[in-house]
Design a protein around this ligand. Structure first.
Ligand SMILES: [Zn+2]
Length: 231
């Protein structure tokens, strides 16, 4: 049951352009609060149903959240839908024009598709490659519909360095836009930056992770997506 509606938009606490990579720690819920909310929600995204006992996020459900009751658990993919500023800064997503698929199914399945696309299943690898080609085409379409050039990335659309980061108005993103989660989350620590995604993917594929050993489910899903997108 979906109790949390996804809407493309910026985070409630806006990131200053001069603070391009650093997370505004003061605005983040504490680790204890984070753990309490995740435990209450059984580590399950209240939006898409993705479940993991690590690497989940919190989304506020009221204007001035302070207590556990003011937050719900969401997966990283769902979280960044409402945090386009972070997704742009961390280069972890792109906007696509894709009315055929819902944001929820994209978010729910994409991490497993990334994990299994380079596995032994040749058919799945082929399907995944074709799908990602289509996602790239749709990224270009989204850019053009937003008045940018066809090679624009989310970072350019949201504002880009030196132009102010909040120039893309969420109202321009109608019901046909989706956020395409990438297999990359660039995080800055001190003066260096690293990609956080591989450690998340490794965990989901480990014994404690949530991905099934076989690829039958994601193979069916990706075939279904291809049929819907190629019509
Ligand atoms: Zn989710």
């Amino acid at each position: 049951m979906t109790i949390f509606q996804l809407k493309l938009g910026y985070s409630p606490v806006r990131i200053e352009l001069c603070n391009r990579y650093d997370i505004p720690v003061k605005a983040d819920p504490s680790d204890g609060l984070h753990a309490a909310v995740n435990a209450r929600d059984f580590g399950t995204c209240v939006s898409c149903g993705f479940a993991s006992d690590r690497y989940m996020e919190l989304a506020p459900i009221c204007e001035f959240p302070v207590a556990a009751g003011d937050y719900v658990t969401v997966c990283r993919c769902c979280w960044q839908v409402g945090n386009l500023d972070y997704a742009a800064i961390q280069r972890s997503a792109e906007l696509v024009w894709m009315p055929e698929l819902t944001q929820l199914e994209i978010n729910r399945e994409m991490p497993e598709l990334y994990a299994k696309r380079s596995g032994a299943e040749k058919d799945l690898a082929e399907t995944a490659k074709r799908l990602f080609d289509i996602f790239n085409e749709r990224r270009q379409q989204a850019s053009i519909k937003l008045g940018a050039n066809e090679l624009s990335h989310l970072w350019d659309l949201v504002g880009g360095e030196g132009k102010g980061i909040y120039t893309l108005l969420p109202e321009k993103l109608d019901d046909n836009f989706r956020l395409w989660p990438l297999d990359r989350i660039i995080v800055r620590v001190g003066l260096s930056e690293y990609d956080k995604y591989p450690q998340m993917a490794d965990y989901w594929q480990s014994n404690k992770g949530i991905f099934p050993n076989d690829s039958s489910s994601i193979a069916l899903t990706s075939q279904d997506w291809l049929e819907r997108l190629e019509v």
